[in-house]
Every structure is written in C-alpha cells, then in structure tokens.
Design a protein around this ligand. Structure first.
Ligand code: HH2
Length: 308
C-alpha cells in the first residue's frame, strides 16, 4: 500500500474541517453527518444507471425521488465520465440536461449541481438555477470554465483525475497517490483562489476511480480525512464504483452494500459530502451509524477540530 508522505499534514489536532460550503445563493452547513449529493445521470451510457433517466420526465421523477429519500444536493450530468466513455458535444449535453433543469429549477427544495466540464453547459445550467459546478477536470478541461465560475459566482467542486476518461484506466501510475492527489488539489484550489473564487465556495474531491487502480482507490478512501488540511469541504464519490466489485472479487456483485461500507468509513473521517446513487440507503445507514456511536470516535473532527 502506498504510504503518504509530505506535503500531507500529520495527525495533528490542528486540522480543522470546513464547516460550511457557500453556494451561489445558499449556504450549506456542514455538521457531523455528511450531506448527500444525489446522482442524476441524464445519459445513455453512465456505468451504473445509463439510459434509465434519458427521458426528461423519468429524470425529473428520479430527482424528486432523491429529494424524498433525503438528498441535500442534486447533481445533474449529461455526459458519462466512465472509463472509455465517448465525449459528448456541448449541444447534445445541453439538450439532455436543460429540459430537466428547467423542469426542476425554482421548485426543487435542494441545491442543484451541474456535473460538466464545459463552460457553456455550466453557464446555461447556472442561468437556469444550478448553484454548483461539479467539474471532474477541476476547471482544466475548458479554458472558459474558470472565468465562468468566477463570473457566475457558482460554487465549484474540483476533482482529481489522472488522464482523461478515454485514457485514465490504461496505466495509472503514482509514487505516492495520497500525496500526489493532495498536491494536485492544493494547486487547483490555489488556481481557483487566484482567479477570484473565494475559498468558502470550493470543495475538493480525490476522484475515486478516475485514473486509479484498486490500491490507489483504497489508499485515497483510507486517507480522505487528510484533505481537510486544505481548508475546503471534502466531497467523495464512491458510489457503485469498480473498486467495490474488485474488493469483493466479484465485478457483478450488487455494489450498493459496498457503497454503504465506504460511505460509513468516509463519514467517520468527517468527509462532508458524499456523492451517491442510493440516497435513502446511505442516509439510513449513516443515521444508525451515528446513533450507535460511529461518529464518536476520537478520530472524528468534532466542531471543526479533531478530539485529542
Ligand atoms: N464520479 C462520477 C461522475 N462525476 N463527480 C465528482 N465530483 N466525484 C466523483 O467521484 C464523480 C463525479 C462517475 O460516476 P457516475 O456519475 O455514476 O457515472 P458516469 O460518469 O458514467 O455518468
């Protein structure tokens, strides 16, 4: 297993967790329990739910189901980023997501995030009411994205990926995956800050499954808490991903149960936002985990600071 080294923070009690995320209009308070970002893929080819919500009405219905299950954020995407997925032109991505956004905007009680790496899609989605740009390229995929984020005042989620979806699983390589992901997110945070995005609007994500082998994903899941050292909310997306099938030795296994296992481990590390498909299941699991003391471990940062 790769061992983390500098520039990571040590286990010092000075590490503080961000306790809110400022979105374009609202502020999300980040407490002990992680918030849940429900996934809505309006795509024919997403790895887990591709084709289920391509029809706008099916997507809208699913959005309301996620709200009823307890989602805090809805993440709408019109382009799959699974390994070897084909890029989608902007006009097609817009045709997928805009009818759904327009049907939901102003009605949905929770914040909407647009999962895109194209500035034109982000701008239109924000004009229709989205408050977060969730960009798996951390604002590097489109030179117009950083200005779009600054000018619209959207919150951003900056994610780590090695390579592109077309190449990322070919031969991912790291000397020190946790340290390298940490340093990358630090650099992208600083680029966003330098361009004028306030720290309170930036969330960071280690990018589970994006240019990573099993050992890399496991190291990042075990060390997600270290990202609190960057001063931003930490968002992690383990949902139904391949590492679960790999750990189980069965790629065909139902990955929802494994998702819950990962979600609990991340909750215990004080990760503030979990991006998941199965909102109701994960929410219930975390509620019980907390009720029986799962979040009371001294490892967990309480009210901003770790105990001990
Ligand atoms: N994972 C996926 C897509 N977007 N965004 C963030 N911030 N973090 C993630 O881990 C993440 C993400 C891939 O999952 P999914 O949306 O289910 O599949 P697809 O990309 O095939 O639509």
């Amino acid at each position: 297993m790769t061992q983390p080294s500098l520039p990571l923070p040590d286990l010092s009690p000075q590490i503080k967790r961000a306790h809110y995320w400022q979105l374009r209009r609202r502020r999300l308070e980040l407490g002990r329990r992680p918030l849940l970002m429900g996934i809505l893929n309006v795509t024919p080819d997403s790895f887990s739910d591709g084709g289920r919500f391509l029809e706008p009405q099916a997507a809208v219905d699913h959005a309301w189901r996620l709200v009823a299950e307890g989602a805090d954020i809805l993440d709408i995407g019109g382009e799959s980023t699974r390994p070897y997925a084909q890029p989608v032109p902007a006009d097609q991505e817009l045709r997928r997501v805009m009818p759904v956004l327009e049907a939901l905007a102003g009605k949905l009680p929770i914040a909407i995030s647009i999962d895109t790496s194209k500035a034109v899609v982000a701008r239109e989605a924000i004009a229709a009411g989205a408050e977060i740009i969730n960009d798996v390229t951390a604002l590097t995929g489109d030179p117009a994205m950083l200005p779009a984020a600054v000018e619209t005042g959207a919150a951003v989620c900056l994610m780590h990926m090695q390579g592109t979806p077309q190449t990322m699983q070919d031969n991912p390589e790291y000397q020190d995956v946790v340290g390298e992901v940490y340093a990358y997110l630090q650099a992208r945070r600083d680029a966003a800050l330098g361009a004028g995005i306030p720290l309170e609007r930036i969330a960071l994500d280690p990018g589970i499954g994006f240019g990573k082998l099993l050992e890399h994903n496991v190291a990042l899941l075990q060390n997600a808490w270290r990202l609190h050292g960057l001063g931003c909310p930490v968002l992690v997306g383990p949902s139904r991903k391949r590492f679960i099938g790999e750990l189980l030795g069965d790629l065909e296994a139902d990955r929802r149960w494994g998702t819950i296992g990962a979600a609990l481990a991340l909750a215990r590390q004080g990760v503030q936002i979990l991006r998941v498909h199965d909102v109701g299941m994960v929410r219930q699991a975390i509620q019980i985990f907390e009720a029986v003391g799962g979040l009371d471990d001294p490892f967990f940062p309480v009210s901003g600071e770790r105990k001990q």
